[in-house]
Design a protein around this ligand. Sequence first.
Ligand code: NAD
Ligand code: DAU
Length: 336
Amino acid sequence: MNILVTGGAGFIGSNFINYILSERDDVFIVNLDKLTYAGNLENLKPSEGKKNYQFVRGDITNNELVDYLFKKYSIKYVINFAAESHVDRSILGSEIFYRTNVIGTNVLLEASRRYNIEKFLQVSTDEVYGSLGATGLFTEQTPITTNSPYSSSKAAADLMVQAFHHTYGLPVVITRCSNNYGPLQFPEKLIPLMILNCLKDKKLPVYGDGMNVRDWIYVIDHNKAVNLVFEKGRIGEVYNIGASREMANIQIVKLILNKLGKTEELIEYVKDRPGHDRRYAIDSTKIQTELGWKPSFEFEQAMEYTIDWYLANKTWWERIISGEYQKYYEVQYGNR
Ligand code: NAD
Ligand code: DAU
């Protein structure tokens, strides 16, 4: 089973590849990743050197390269994790988001059509459903309503994936997951950013009133669900993925402070994110009843493990937060 996995050097993709290759030896994985600021080959150490794993550095928007890889490796399956993934960066500059997330997905879909692949799995996000008020949950029937350049680029890709199924009969499935946490997450995202700032006794920049709510899932639970949808998901369908663990941002920040033995004086309320979605919450009844998935990690324990992972992997994040990331941090937080 030859699978093209894109974006496999990022947070979720690398956890996915390491997990799948530790579980299965009936797959051959070609990992196509551009190695942007968010891609890191160190994440793939457990998979390096395996005979059923091949890394290729390249861009999913590169038609010729993608075509060459489909032919060379007789690709029959695609799992598309590759994306520009950070909402704040999409607000600072949107172009690369549409290029990678929309044009890149189009290049992969066209190649999938030319080579008659057997399944195309698009890794999407609950952000395509917009924002919830105090109550209610996103279901697969919730209309697409996007608010950030990032979410609109992901929604555009989803609609295109569905159109390729409808028009050409391309065998596609889409997963829409809520906020992930766990080892190997790039420290621009809420949880690792707060952990690292705490460790350095730096201020913890909480946007707005800190009461925006996200629905947290451990990355391995997400990846198990992706694998299940890849194996058994019905063609043409969308599956929501979430672990029903809603938390206000300020609760997350306080949990991290508490675990690291720091005081709340480090908290700094800063200017809100423009267009900040208030609340996300996922109804994952469909994947649970149809495919038998359920989350297996308990939130407090998995958070504790995640924090310990960052404590134990200082060299991993120290390399990352030097250089380009420092420049981004200045632009993003300098004037807040
Ligand atoms: P990430 O930013 O950590 O990793 C993205 C990876 O894609 C990086 O390795 C990067 O080098 C690669 N990439 C970027 N542009 C590329 C291009 N043009 N060609 C090839 N590779 C390219 O992102 P993540 O958090 O691991 O997210 C992975 C996917 O899951 C994304 O599609 C994202 O929208 C989706 N998602 C993320 C979350 C979350 O909480 N992080 C939740 C739901 C869905
Ligand atoms: O819901 C799934 C989405 O979750 C994914 O599709 C995205 O790829 C992923 O980045 C994530 O998006 P969010 O915008 O929800 O994640 P982020 O970690 O950037 O922010 C989480 C919340 O924390 C959000 O309400 C903004 C807030 N926040 C974030 C940062 C970085 C702060 O208050 N301060 C910060 O410094």
